[in-house]
Design a protein around this ligand. Structure first.
Ligand code: NCD
Length: 356
């Protein structure tokens, strides 16, 4: 494990792409911290594994097979920030594979309330569990924990379930899986135009997905937001370096007709520095208006990581191009696939799938 052979200070100094090689063991992800650690082959493999799990889970015999794969493992879901879908889909993914779960969702009920550091909390979880799945509002904390665990007597893997405003790698994996499935008969993700809409400055799902898409050929990315909420310069710099074609605009209506996927997001006002900061920004031009359905290509899809507010009216849900409910369910399958890979049960799943 390379993370054992580098000091925290040295690791911290590395760029996000350089850090990736420290997170693998035997060629597979050990800690899952960033979108940057995944390459095209891994994305394709995870997608096909998720699909295999989805099919196997359709029968009782298949469910029994899956539930036996990791019934000797326990996972801790440590969610120090609100969550519905990520938490529940990780729970369901663990249950599918037979992994027993423990949870801390409210630090007011754990020893953190008594002044324990998050470092000590995570170290404690590693005494009782074989995997830690962690959501935190503190950017960079999950990396620190991964390093600390790798340098302890119980180096258990940690999966980032959303950290700060920065990264949400497993959401990006389920988003890519949704795009793979949506464009299955249309030549896949390569060559598509993805438009991101809403709070791109503080939306960690967008930041992680924008990077994952650099693994595909000729994908164009378009960032549609009011000036105050536009995508960070650091992401644009990563895209520039990756040779990705992108556009930054404030005009949603004219972006819609050329889109293959429209990725909507809500205003992330929990990050406001001043009270009412977001409320002062007019975001209504960044809502998906009903009439946009007529402008949107027949093959295109509308996505959203959820929770949604007013940016997608619920009556659009009936349109076959609105795939966000399927996207949500894909989260369960891709997270199950990821956990199976981390614990090296992917080959067993593929064997069963090919035989049945
Ligand atoms: C996102 C998150 O937590 O960053 N939610 C999710 O995981 N599906 C997006 C959001 O909260 O807007």
């Amino acid at each position: 494990m390379k993370l054992k052979n580098i000091s925290w200070e040295e690791f911290l100094k590395l760029g996000v792409v350089e850090k990736s090689s420290y997170l693998v063991e035997d060629g597979r992800p050990f800690h899952v911290l960033t979108a940057q650690q995944f390459d095209r082959k891994q994305l394709d493999d995870l997608g096909s594994l998720a699909t295999a799990i989805r099919f196997i889970a359709k029968t009782e015999a298949g469910m029994k097979f899956l539930r036996n794969l990791l019934s000797h493992k326990r996972a801790m879901l440590y969610f120090a920030q609100p969550s519905t879908r990520t938490f529940l889909s990780f729970c369901a993914a663990c249950q599918i594979l037979g992994v027993e779960i423990g949870e801390v969702r409210d630090t007011a009920t754990s020893s953190e309330f008594k002044g324990e550091t998050q470092e000590d909390s995570v170290r404690t979880f590693s005494s009782y569990f074989d995997l830690i799945i962690m959501r935190t509002k503190i950017g960079g904390l999950v990396e620190k924990m991964a390093w600390a665990l790798s340098n302890s007597e119980r180096p258990v893997p940690i999966i980032n379930a959303g950290s700060g405003k920065d990264q949400h790698p497993t959401q990006a994996l389920l988003d890519v899986y949704t795009l793979q499935r949506s464009f299955e008969k249309l030549g896949g993700i390569d060559g598509k135009r993805i438009i991101f809409v809403g709070d791109l400055a503080r939306g960690r799902t967008v930041r992680s997905l924008a990077w994952l898409l650099t693994n595909y050929s000729d994908v164009k990315q378009c960032f549609v937001a009011p000036d105050q909420l536009q995508i960070g310069g650091d992401i644009l710099e990563l895209l520039r370096r990756a040779g990705v074609e992108f556009e930054v605009t404030g005009d949603l209506k004219s972006a819609i007709p050329r889109a293959d996927a429209v990725y909507m997001t809500r205003v992330q006002d929990e990050w406001d520095v001043k009270d009412g900061e977001s409320a002062g920004i007019d975001t209504s031009r960044y809502f998906f208006a009903r009439e946009y359905l007529n402008l949107l290509g027949k093959h295109a899809v509308i996505m959203h990581p959820f929770p949604r507010r007013k940016e997608i009216p619920p009556d659009i849900d009936h349109d076959p191009r609105a795939v966000y409910w399927r996207q949500m369910r894909n989260g369960m399958w891709i997270r199950a696939a990821l956990i199976a890979v981390v614990f090296q049960r992917d080959e067993d799943i593929r064997d069963y799938y090919n035989k049945n």
